[in-house]
Design a protein around this ligand. Structure first.
Ligand SMILES: [Zn+2]
Length: 156
């Protein structure tokens, strides 16, 4: 059971203590009333803590808050407006990659035979039948991977 009951004069005493008014009557009441003495002690302690906190981390004024909010709104609007550009960039990368694959598959054998005609001595050596297509495919694939990676990095 809690039998604590605050002093009926506590609000007046706290107000007087906060405004440093009250003088002798306040001091004599605080000597006689333990409830008001404790309340004034807690109020003084919390007030000092609040003042120290406000001095350590000042709350920005309304102008600063409005500027910060407006800047965030502009950044969000800018990101929203650039979204179609980023999507189009990604689509272009994928389309370019697909076009590179198609071109590699269609032009690969012709390019390989042209390369073989440049080096007739090397072409006379026996090789596996699938190796030219594999070599061109590996080149196209590695170029594709590097291109996609760099384009993706540039888009972000
Ligand atoms: Zn009291």
């Amino acid at each position: 059971m809690n039998e604590f009951s605050p002093c009926p004069h506590q609000d007046e005493v706290l107000a007087a203590a906060a405004s440093h008014a009250g003088g002798e009557s306040l001091a004599s009441h605080l000597e006689q009333c333990a409830s008001c003495a404790d309340a004034v002690l807690v109020q003084t302690f919390l007030g000092a803590g609040a003042a120290a906190l406000a001095a350590a981390a000042p709350v920005p004024g309304p102008e600063a808050l409005l500027r910060r909010s407006a800047r965030r709104d502009r950044e969000r609007a800018l990101a929203r407006s650039q979204l179609p550009i980023r999507i189009a960039g990604r689509v272009a990368v994928v389309a370019g990659a697909a076009g590179t694959v198609v071109a590699g598959v269609r032009l690969g054998p012709a390019a390989w035979s042209w390369l073989e005609s440049l080096a007739p001595a090397a072409a006379s050596q026996p090789s596996a039948p699938a190796s030219p297509l594999l070599a061109v495919g590996a080149l196209v694939l590695s170029a594709l991977v590097v291109g996609i990676f760099t384009s993706w990095q540039a888009a972000e």
